[in-house]
Write a protein that binds this ligand. Structure first.
Ligand SMILES: [Zn+2]
Length: 179
């Protein structure tokens, strides 16, 4: 950040009084600009023992597979965001079943909140951000062609849960080397 979004004057990085971390502070209007992690809402859509994955049409990682996921918009809740992303990327409607995982990526300031959802019907298709959308059996998941390590981590935990028939909420921080 170079300029204040309040008044347009230059900002400087400094620790505001009463704080303990450097922030972008405007010397002109004194506004403090906080930068905090962003939430990515995702959904693993289920249909009769299979899950729906999308092949990305856009960078980064175009051509690789992911479950529907994307940044939350202002004004929406996490489940709503997960349903919206599923509709946008896979043209599919889901009912959210449960929260599967909260995976933090501290080095890039993102938190993936991934839900499991049930497809309301077997209707799906490639949205604008997808080249292809397909249902996969658990044994067919293209592990070597997944778009992001966090997607692989969440899917691995999902498959392990389903295989064991034990479901719990996964909360973890992913190390840098996984991204
Ligand atoms: Zn300012």
């Amino acid at each position: 950040m170079n300029y204040c979004s309040e008044c347009g004057k230059p900002v400087a990085k400094k620790i505001p009084s009463g704080d303990n971390l450097p922030r972008f502070v405007c010397d002109s209007c004194q506004a403090i600009h906080y930068h905090n992690p962003k939430i990515v809402a995702g959904c693993i859509p289920e249909w009769e023992g299979q899950i729906l994955l999308c092949r990305r049409a856009i960078e980064p990682k175009a051509g690789l597979w992911t479950f529907p996921a994307g940044f939350m918009e202002l004004g929406e809740g996490t489940e709503q965001a997960a349903r919206r992303e599923t509709f946008e990327e896979a043209q599919a409607n889901v009912a959210i079943t449960r929260l599967h995982s909260v995976l933090s990526l501290p080095h890039i300031g993102q938190v993936y909140m991934t839900f499991v959802g049930s497809l309301l019907s077997k209707e799906f298709g490639a949205g604008l951000e997808s080249l292809d959308v397909q249902l996969f059996d658990r044994v067919e998941i293209p592990w070597d062609e997944l778009a992001f390590p966090v997607v692989k981590d969440a899917l691995r935990r999902y498959v392990d849960d389903v295989t064991r028939g034990e479901f719990r909420l996964h909360v973890a921080d992913l190390p840098d080397r996984l991204v």
